[in-house]
Design a protein around this ligand. Sequence first.
Ligand code: RIB
Ligand code: CA
Length: 314
Amino acid sequence: MRRILLDTDTAGDDTIAILMALKAKDAVLEGVTINCGNVGFDQQVENALYTIQVAGKSGKVPVYPGARRPLLRDWRNAEDVHGGDGMGDSHFPRARQRPEALHAVDAIVEIINSNPGEIDLVEIAPMTNLALAIRKDPGIVKKVRSFHFMGGANQYLGNITPAAEFNTWVDPDAAKIVMESGLAPTMVGWEICMRHGVLGAKELAAVGKMGTEESKFFLAVNRQVRRFMKKSYGMDGTVCTDSLTMSIVLNPKVATDVRRRYVEVDNTEGPSRGATIVDELGVLGRTPNSDVVYEASQGLFRDMLYRVLKGGRV
Ligand code: RIB
Ligand code: CA
């Protein structure tokens, strides 16, 4: 049984990753930690609690509030992408479950230390909580079973600036700490999501025909993303980033080409802030620190996503 600890800045795509983890036959979601990112922090906490309720697991998955701000930088939201509430402006009702009193950073340290070698750590947000947890107890980096993160862009345009993807841009200092900590990450970059995680109008129409609570939830939380993609990228569709990452965690076969590379995060202030530099040719002479996903199976991902949206298991 896989035991997943998920760090999230809960908005549309994050919620589908949470649903997928909760629908996994051979995984349990040990906890959800909330990091600053997409929308207002307290709204993100509510979004996570509500998503757990949608999955029928209310009260069964603890939600730990964490860093409300990046380590050093000013925070900028992504409400233009996800809507003011992060959920396509659906303004869902308040969930019954309430968040834990324990801070996310303490929860990450305690859960990993209490279960050495057991926890699959998944990061789909800026890495502030994780960097603080590593600073609090550096020993945790050797105690996780695996670490996957959605973030960065490998030789590809960013989505928040020309150089950077949102998660590594919001808190590049935290990302740098994590990448240099000795944690052995598997990186799922923005380019993989844009190549293999997009659902176009035809696919979204198919989701609409499913008629399940999960499919209606998916379309609702992606309502604003679809508008944003049309306006910014001229494409009618939505891009699944965090759920594609979760599908790789649950089924490694989704990642069809993974290469070991040295990856460095640019934490300077300026146009390249938050860029993930992948040393393709090894010219920096640094020991590779990451498994970078170079290709993924759109078919395997969609199959897993559709099973979840039809109310099934993965
Ligand atoms: O760049 C996309 C990533 O940033 C996703 O994880 C999205 O939820 C935001 O956190
Ligand atoms: Ca996210």
